[in-house]
Design a binder for this molecule. Structure first.
Ligand code: SAM
Length: 261
């Protein structure tokens, strides 16, 4: 039986690879590297190749790169759009597993951060198995997420005593009112959605390109640093052509959970 590993590789720095990830990479026959059509983030492919070169001797493994279509904005809802895009990605991944590895071989997808956090690979593999066109075993190797790197760099816990943590996207953050923001982690935000909360008594802990040589960190009262943050974001985007950032919005005053004794 073929075996597929989804290996979390951390965010941008070789140091963030776990021993389990390295040990797993050592036994894989073929690595599938996916590249988004028209992707400007060539660095992602480069980092994955560097990881392989560091963990494996040349000539002892195969690499297959494949293009996956970019998610197109259509008239459909966001959810429908993502569903169509994942279906296209499933086609590509099915082809790779079917044609590029022999029975009894193992293959791996190197997943940014951790495969369980805002990443489609796991659900796509499950969808492929459900379709029943091909069969394989699979295993998930956890990785260090952008959220963990953010809290480590700012030297803050992810929650204060007994505090609830909300993890969401920029798209969903817009639906929150300022009073609902207590301890909210935000990923996938292209539009500086934190600006909706600029008048509330909220602290922000922000990180761009976390774990990489271009890492930028900023923290403080949102209302005091919002202009600086907007400027940093737009300059970074202009300079590199893309920006990946994660942040925590945290109500400054924490009184504990009222239900606690
Ligand atoms: C598709 S999600 C993948 C998350 C990933 N699986 C993880 O564990 O962090 C992409 C989002 O993760 C966050 N992200 C990933 N890598 C990052 C990095 N190096 N610095 C800052 N944010 C990052 C950004 O919010 C980005 O929009």
């Amino acid at each position: 039986m073929k075996k597929i590993y989804l290996i979390g590789i951390g965010t941008g720095k070789l140091d963030y690879l776990t021993l389990q990830a390295i040990d797993t990479m050592k036994k894989v026959d073929v690595f599938f590297l996916l590249e988004k059509e028209g992707e400007r983030k060539k660095e992602f492919l480069k980092i994955r190749k560097e990881i392989l070169e560091r963990c494996r001797d040349r000539g002892t493994y195969r690499v297959v790169t494949a293009k996956i279509p970019k998610r197109r904005k259509s008239g459909k809802s966001y959810k429908e759009g993502v569903k169509t895009w994942r279906q296209q990605k499933a086609e590509v991944m099915t082809g790779l597993i079917k044609d590029k590895m022999k029975d009894s071989e193992s293959g791996a997808f190197l997943v940014w951060g951790d495969p369980s956090l805002y990443d489609g690979h796991l659900e796509i593999l499950q969808h492929i198995l459900k379709e029943g066109r091909i069969n394989f075993e699979y295993e998930v190797i956890p990785g260090i997420t952008s959220v963990q790197v953010l809290t480590a760099k700012h030297k803050i816990p992810l929650n204060r005593i007994g505090e609830t943590i909300v993890i969401t996207t920029g798209r969903r953050l817009k639906e929150y009112s300022p009073v609902e923001i207590r301890n909210t982690v935000v990923l996938l935000d292209s539009y500086s959605t934190f600006k909706h909360f600029k008048d509330a008594d909220i602290d922000i802990y922000w990180g761009g390109y976390l774990g990489s040589k271009d890492e930028i960190l900023l923290s403080g009262k949102l209302k005091d640093i919002i202009e600086e943050l907007k400027k940093i974001r737009s300059e970074a985007k202009k300079k590199k052509g893309w920006l990946m950032d994660t942040y925590i919005l945290r109500r400054s005053e924490y009184l504990g959970n009222s239900t606690e004794e």
